[in-house]
Design a binder for this molecule. Sequence first.
Ligand SMILES: Nc1ncnc2c1ncn2[C@@H]1O[C@H](COP(=O)(O)OP(=O)(O)O)[C@@H](O)[C@H]1O
Ligand SMILES: [Mg+2]
Length: 325
Amino acid sequence: MSRLPVTILHENEEWLAPLLDALTAADVPFRERFIADGSFDVLDAPQEGIYLNRMSASSHTRGHTASVDHTRQLLARLKRHGRRVVNGLDAFELEMSKVRQYQALEAAGLRVPPTTAVAGGPDALVEAARTVPTPFVTKHNRGGKGLGVQLFETHDAFEQHVRSDAFTPSPDHITLLQQYIPSSDQTITRCEFVGGRFVYAVRVDASDGFELCPAEACRTDASENGAAAAADGERCMVDDEDALFSLRTDVPEDLIARYVQFLAVERIDIAGIEFIEDDEGRRWTYDVNGTTNYNPDIEAAADRSAWSAVASYLQHEREALASVV
Ligand SMILES: Nc1ncnc2c1ncn2[C@@H]1O[C@H](COP(=O)(O)OP(=O)(O)O)[C@@H](O)[C@H]1O
Ligand SMILES: [Mg+2]
């Protein structure tokens, strides 16, 4: 078994610590593989063992502009050689495209906000937006940590924005225009799944902005950007009524069951799935995060740790592989 480590493909050192702690605690051998600029032998067989793909859709914001395409090539090679990859190529293509996520969610019978995908720059965006009712939100097709998410009440405000320096294009040049879903209590819910199984759901206060990454490291980012008051440490306490993140125990079982089925069909092993509940109690699913992170306060408060669940799942996958080699 020791010759079958878990190789972690990743691009952000800051997100790694809690995962490595959980792997160490569970006695799972691992290797880190930082994916940015670099080279690989095209015809060489990849190393034995299992792989965990944690490449981030927002890697370009940390200067790693080659990471996503580099990962795509590596995952294709791993697939060709029959290596077991947790969140492999299929999951990765969904991770990199909300367009694909929405089509897959819809096919699984989930309610998705009406969305128009626009390829191109300001002219194409202004023209497409004329057909979209206000209010709407913009977002990057290749999103992550709220990139490009902004609310527009009028078409004029939108045009002014896309023709200004404030507009940032998605790295794949596809911008989404999506119906704004008002949440009755200004929260969203994120349901975490590991190995296709539900772990816990987290209610996130969205009243201060759209940058809602649960990772500890992102709380610091948010404060540096002056983005959300989200960085205010006190608001992260889970037993505080004003907590930014709090455990939610009343997510309906039929919704969880649909998510489980969606993940199985799309071959996604690990993900955090987000939905908004509107005034009429309808639940709109709008984001699937394969490279998910867990909030440390929630991890401490929940009766199950998601990071530990990831470690156990990887151990289980190693054992399954060891039994056939
Ligand atoms: N259609 C929508 N209506 C209202 N709020 C939204 C909508 N889509 C996204 N948001 C808000 O913006 C945040 C970020 O959007 P999301 O689609 O999750 O992008 P990312 O992949 O960057 O996290 C969400 O968590 C939510 O608070
Ligand atoms: Mg999100």
